[in-house]
Structures are given as structure tokens and as C-alpha cells.
Design a protein around this ligand. Structure first.
Ligand SMILES: Cc1cc2nc3c(=O)[nH]c(=O)nc-3n(C[C@H](O)[C@H](O)[C@H](O)COP(=O)(O)OP(=O)(O)OC[C@H]3O[C@@H](n4cnc5c(N)ncnc54)[C@H](O)[C@@H]3O)c2cc1C
Length: 278
């Protein structure tokens, strides 16, 4: 297979290139290159290298934490603002692949790939993140739970790119749980991000991946936990886990069966709730 490779020097140039059919954006390349080699892109005409166009930084701006789309997993996992305030995301980033890949794999690529098993996505759901999009007629912002529309599909129009992610700045407790074949270099059979904060009343947000075509919020468990007496009892945690099992709509595939995934949805939520209990 032959294709062109472009290295645009600004966002406008990148956007014009990406409006062409068969032109695919690449940053770390850890998803894209595997797909190119595997013949996934049947009509690939060109790769468009976005390196240098988007920020790799994490900064606090007013009441938002802004994560540049080119920020790599290891930077997210060890950044003090993220570790202090958004532990679900720090743990999710640290669970991706292995050290070498985490040094090049970006959060923009993880979300841009829009896989139901992408590890940062349930954590971003639990933190009510927004996706800042550029390259179209005008900049726009989309809540993460409206960004991904199906397996490998999202709301980006031709020429649009992810500039950054914005997370409401508040101190959360949180946990990320993942069930894979092994600890490192393993794609999730199911994953779960939990965030909790208290602004006078308790808030729980739970994102669950690999149990449907996109990440699901476990709203029944969230509402139940918010109304429950605190600290949470074992019975409350057990009931919340039951809601996670009921919410999960997994399929059987090469990585796992639907019955096992459903049961494990409950186990992962139980583990996550116990992890943030103290
Ligand atoms: C061995 C191995 C193990 C892995 N393990 C895991 C794992 O445990 N968990 C996990 O979640 N993932 C895993 N992955 C997948 C991958 O590493 C991640 O999804 C990574 O975050 C992708 O980032 P990237 O910069 O390499 O993306 P790229 O490959 O460069 O791009 C991925 C997709 O996103 C699009 N894209 C990238 N940036 C933008 C942007 N700014 N705007 C719009 N679209 C964009 C690209 O067009 C492409 O479709 C693994 C991959 C490998 C090879």
C-alpha cells in the first residue's frame, strides 16, 4: 500500500488536508500505525502528522483544568494537578499499555480513536470532561458523553481535530479499574472510572467501558449512592454493584464472554468504591 505523508505547520493547513477523503490524522501513531499495517484503512491516501500543532501541557484556567490533546499518558499519570484532583484519570493513564508506549500515546489519540475499550474515556466520563474541537467553521465544545457515537466513530467532521479537554476544576476522589489479560500491555475486557466529590452533598460519576458500543454512565448506581447514608455500608456497595451489572450490555468477543463481562462490571465498581472509601 502506498500513501502520502504530510506535516502541516499550522491548524488551518492540517484542517484543509483532513477535509480530503482518505486523509487520516496521526500523533503518537500507536493506534494508527497498527491499523495501517493491519490494512484497516481500505482507502488510505495520506497520513497527516499533527505533532507540534496542539499543546502537550496541563494547566488550570479559571474553573477548568485544560489538558492539551497532545499530552502523553505518562505526563497525565504523574502530573500533580491530575494526581491531586482527578485520580481516576491519573490511574487510567497509568494503566495504558507499558512505559514506552505511554511516552508517545496521547490522550487526543485515545479519545480520537473512539474505541469502547479506550482507558482514559471512562475516567473522562466520570469527571464530566468536555472536548474542545478546532478546524471547522468555528471552535466548538462537546461533552465527552456526546463525543463518541459508536465503535471508532465520533462527532468530528472532516477537517476537525481535538484541541484539548476541559475538566471542571474540583477536588475529586476517584479510582480506575481495568480487567485485562495481564497487568501490562493489555487491552481492557472491561474498564471503569469512578469519581466522587462533595460540595455539601455527595456526587458520584461512574463511566464503564467495553460493555456497550460506547462508554456507559451507571446513573442508577450514581443516584443510589448519592442518596445513601455515608460512609457507605457493604450492603450499599453491593446494591450499587448490582446496578452496574444491570446497566452493562456487553457482547461476547475474542477477549471475553458477555456473561463474564456483566459479572465483572459489578466487581469493578465494588473495587473502585472500596478504594475511595477512606
Ligand atoms: C501494544 C499496545 C498496547 C496498547 N494498550 C492500550 C491500553 O492498555 N489502553 C488503551 O486505552 N489503549 C491502548 N493502546 C492504544 C493506544 O496506545 C492509545 O489509544 C493511545 O492513546 C493513542 O494515542 P496516539 O497518540 O498514539 O494516537 P494515534 O495513533 O496517533 O491516533 C489514534 C486516532 O486518533 C486520531 N487522533 C489523534 N489525535 C487527534 C486529534 N488531536 N484530533 C483528532 N483526531 C486525533 C487519529 O486520527 C487516529 O484515528 C495500545 C496500543 C498498543 C500498540
Amino acid at each position: 500500500m502506498s500513501f502520502e505523508f504530510y506535516k502541516p505547520s499550522n491548524i488551518k493547513e492540517a484542517s484543509e488536508l483532513l477535509k480530503n477523503p482518505g486523509y487520516v490524522a496521526v500523533v503518537g501513531g500507536t493506534d494508527t500505525i497498527v491499523k495501517v499495517k493491519g490494512g484497516f484503512y481500505k482507502a488510505l491516501k495520506a497520513l497527516v502528522d499533527l505533532n507540534g500543532l496542539f499543546s502537550k501541557e496541563i494547566k488550570v484556567e479559571g474553573d477548568k483544568c485544560i489538558i492539551g490533546s497532545a499530552c502523553v499518558m505518562n505526563n497525565i499519570a504523574h502530573n500533580p494537578v491530575i494526581v491531586e484532583n482527578f485520580p481516576a484519570l491519573a490511574e487510567a493513564a497509568l494503566s495504558v499499555a507499558a512505559e514506552q508506549i505511554r511516552n508517545v500515546a496521547t490522550i487526543g489519540g485515545n479519545v480520537g480513536n473512539s474505541s469502547p475499550v479506550g482507558d482514559t474515556i471512562p475516567a473522562l466520563y466520570s469527571l464530566e470532561a468536555e472536548v474542545n474541537i478546532v478546524g471547522g467553521e468555528e471552535k466548538r465544545t462537546v461533552p465527552i458523553n456526546e463525543f463518541i457515537t459508536g465503535v471508532g466513530r465520533n462527532v468530528l467532521q472532516p477537517g476537525e481535530m481535538i484541541e484539548s479537554f476541559a475538566i471542571p476544576m474540583r477536588k475529586t476522589k476517584g479510582a480506575f479499574q481495568k480487567l485485562g489479560e495481564r497487568k501490562a500491555l493489555s487491552i481492557s475486557k472491561i474498564n471503569l472510572g469512578l469519581s466522587y466529590w462533595n460540595d455539601g452533598k455527595p456526587h458520584y460519576r461512574i463511566g464503564m467501558g467495553a460493555v456497550a458500543i460506547t462508554v456507559l454512565r451507571v446513573t442508577k448506581a450514581e443516584e443510589f449512592l448519592e442518596a445513601a447514608p455515608h460512609p457507605l455500608s457493604d450492603e450499599t456497595i453491593q446494591q450499587a454493584a448490582q446496578y452496574a451489572i444491570e446497566t452493562a450490555k456487553p457482547i461476547t468477543d475474542i477477549r471475553s464472554t458477555k456473561e463474564y463481562r456483566k459479572q465483572m462490571a459489578g466487581v469493578l465498581l465494588k473495587r473502585a468504591l472500596n478504594a475511595i472509601k477512606n
